[in-house]
Design a protein around this ligand. Structure first.
Ligand code: NAD
Length: 388
């Protein structure tokens, strides 16, 4: 049932040009779509078109063993329908693993809207999208991702209740960076326990790449724990703000060299793919624990970290705090419950480290195995008839 091939949700649409009438590509997709679904193990793919608003969207539901599919909605000027389909298939499969690792009762799904977020957005477009999501009758819940904002989904929410991550003024839980940063901190504590026999981070040096919403909160939490932070960000004003706030505990380092400074933990909190052929041999840390999605450019980089004895906290487990928060909205948002669940990332990561140690496998493989086992257990439970 569970496809153990690894997924990578890279970002292929960045430089692409949207070609709205690319018929030949669409025909190609039609021919291969079932094959692509089989390759990734998908249950359902829905193509959504509303001519009035210009909506072209694809919703992919990967696996609902653990519950309704949950995953963000991306908007981007994809170069072709095929490219959009490939992205939504890979991202939705990633969500199955992410939900499984976070132990929330949701499966994996994702949506993409084909269009330029700066030019093609309108209330009608999101309302049309909302009607398609509503038509799935609770099989799929979605919200913000790259290219979309919580405000966009205020329009979509008028057509269906299946939207999460709305602004607080509209009943949503708001910014997810706090639980995300807390989850990363818990990951660091578990890592410290694994490496040094104590979860105490005081006196440890952490190099943080990217001090945006999550990175800056993480630095604050680390300073409270008595750690020293080496920080880098392409936006110098963000570095300056933290340096002013914590002159004794924070030190700026060069943006191009933050991964290569000597430290206890390297925390990637900017873009993906930071652990790659160029950076991996330059790392001078004992562990990599950060919020960025898709930190390993390729699986083999996870293997190489394992060989080098650098402990890698799988990104989709340690950055699950935000997911835990939006999933909680569907049970009536409770911040204390979110924080308690986020703290449990600590125990889950220790379990991953144990599996990795005992079976001598890289941690990214250990977390996949754990999720596969969890899904099998849930599938087994669902064999019990609930009654009519
Ligand atoms: P953000 O945009 O607020 O912050 C990212 C920061 O990284 C910015 O300050 C940016 O200037 C900086 N940056 C970009 N490229 C850089 C580079 N090459 N070197 C140094 N700094 C660079 O985003 P965020 O919400 O803080 O998210 C950070 C990462 O965590 C992203 O990869 C995101 O996908 C992931 N993540 C975030 C959440 C969340 O709840 N916000 C949840 C899960 C995962």
């Amino acid at each position: 049932m569970v496809d153990m091939n690894r997924i990578r949700s890279d970002w292929p649409g960045k430089e692409a040009v949207f070609q709205p009438e690319d018929q030949s590509r669409s025909a190609e997709v039609g021919k291969d779509v079932f094959e692509m679904m089989d390759r990734y193990g998908h249950e359902q793919v829905i193509f959504c078109r509303h001519r009035g608003s210009g909506l072209k969207a694809i919703i992919a539901i990967h696996d609902t063993t653990m519950g309704p599919a949950l995953g963000g909605c991306r908007m981007a000027p994809y170069g072709s329908t095929e490219e959009a389909l490939e992205d939504v298939l890979r991202l939705s499969r990633g969500m199955t693993y992410k939900c499984g690792a976070a132990d929330v009762d949701f499966g994996g799904g994702k949506a993409v809207i084909i269009g330029d977020p700066k030019r093609d957005k309108s209330p009608e477009l999101f309302r049309a999208f909302g009607r398609f999501v509503g038509g799935l009758n609770g099989r799929f819940y979605t919200g913000t991702d790259m290219g979309t904002s919580p405000e966009d989904f205020v329009h979509a929410r008028r057509e269906s209740r299946c939207f999460v991550g709305l602004p607080e003024s509209h009943g949503g839980s708001g910014d997810t960076s706090m639980p995300t940063a807390l989850g990363v901190l818990q990951g660091m504590k578990a890592t410290a326990l694994e490496l040094w026999g104590s979860e105490d981070l005081s006196g440890r040096t952490v190099a943080v790449q990217g001090v945006g919403k999550v990175g800056a909160r993480l630095v604050r939490l680390l300073v409270e724990e008595g750690a020293r932070c080496l920080i880098a960000d392409v936006d110098g004003s963000r570095v300056d703000a933290l340096r002013e706030a914590f002159p004794d505990a924070v030190e700026p380092v060069d943006v191009g060299a933050v991964h290569a400074v000597s430290c206890d933990i390297f925390a990637p909190c900017a873009g993906g793919g930071i652990i790659n052929d160029e950076t991996i041999e330059e790392l001078k840390c004992r562990a990599v624990v950060g919020s960025a999605n898709n930190q390993l450019e390729d699986d083999r980089h996870g293997d190489r970290l394992h060989e080098r004895g650098i402990l890698y906290a799988p990104d989709y487990l340690v950055n699950a705090g935000g997911l835990i928060q939006v999933a909680d909205e569907l049970s009536g948002y409770n911040p204390e419950r979110v924080m308690a669940k986020t703290r449990s990332i600590y125990d889950m990561l220790l379990e991953i480290y144990r599996l990795s140690r005992e079976q001598d496998i890289p941690t990214y493989r250990a977390v996949d195995r754990l999720v596969a086992r969890r899904m099998e257990q849930v599938a087994d439970l669902r064999r019990i008839f609930l009654g009519l």
